[in-house]
Write a new protein. Structure first.
Length: 282
């Protein structure tokens, strides 16, 4: 019975059935962009780690502001200034205010932050003309991430957002899946023809070079490492990956029946042969 072409879905299933899981490796967080996590990330601490101010303003006790009106403002002495990254030297006493910046830890005794735009100062005093709701403008410890939360799961691709979250959790190194090295094999004539077109007829480059160049970039975006080689008269030559740092096989001019490069050649040859046979049958 004549052979038939298989669907893309079936071809993908066949390939993935034979694919083996790659080993993992530990890399620095600064090099992890585009990598795939090989482990779950569980939060070891809260983010943010402490109650802090969500606004530039003044830390106060809400109970000290309940009688504030435009006709009878409440005046609270400003006892300290608390920049971001600093901890108050003392707690907030009743009837006082502490000037505080966004992100600074909330002083003990304070339960509210009044944003600067709703206040005024007069000779070292905070002037309030309306009551303040308790808990206003405070970011609670663990509001973003709580201790024990599963933050990221194994298999997640790490983009800029994930890298930022991992940095906030203090992960300097990560266990990720080993980056694949994908081989692209070019037959000599096709490669030479493409180069000829690029050199002598630039206007035709898009038609002839798009396949090779586009394939390389698509693979590189998916795995980060790509080997490039050429098959010519029964021998396979390698040029390493696109940035010239990694080679594969057993050196330039390696016999295509040996090593990783040989495996790639034999695989491509089998796929090509099956496709040719199926087209003849059709």
């Amino acid at each position: 019975m004549p052979a038939k072409l298989i669907s893309i879905e079936e071809a993908r299933t066949r390939v993935l059935t034979e694919a083996a899981a790659l080993p993992s490796e530990t890399i620095a967080l600064s090099e992890a962009l585009g990598s795939v996590l090989a482990e779950d990330i569980i939060a070891s601490h809260n983010v943010p780690p402490f109650n802090n101010s969500g606004m530039d303003g003044y830390a106060v006790r809400a109970s000290d502001t309940v009688e504030a009106t435009a006709d009878s403002p409440v005046r609270l002495p400003i006892s300290d200034t608390l920049p971001a990254g600093h901890v108050a030297a003392h707690g907030l006493q009743p009837g006082e205010a502490i000037r505080i910046m966004t992100g600074a830890p909330l002083p003990d005794g304070a339960d509210t932050v009044v944003q600067s735009e709703l206040t005024s100062e007069d000779d070292g005093y905070l002037v309030l003309v309306e009551p303040v709701k308790r808990g206003k403008n405070i970011r609670r410890a663990g509001e973003d991430i709580a201790t024990g939360d599963r933050v990221l799961s194994a298999g997640v691709s790490l983009g800029p957002a994930e890298i930022g979250v991992l940095a906030s959790l203090g992960h300097a190194h990560l266990l990720v899946q080993f980056a694949q090295l994908i081989a692209v094999l070019l037959q000599g004539f096709a490669e030479q023809f493409t180069l000829l077109i690029v050199e002598h007829a630039p206007q035709a480059t898009a038609a002839c070079a798009a396949g090779t160049v586009g394939l390389r970039r698509a693979i590189a975006r998916g795995c980060g490492r790509i080997g490039v080689g050429r098959i010519d008269e029964g021998r396979a030559e390698q040029s390493g990956d696109d940035d010239g740092r990694h080679g594969f096989g057993q050196g330039a001019g390696a016999d295509f029946h040996s090593g990783f490069f040989g495996w790639c050649f034999r695989t491509c040859f089998c796929v090509h042969s099956l496709n040719w046979h199926d087209r003849r049958a059709a």
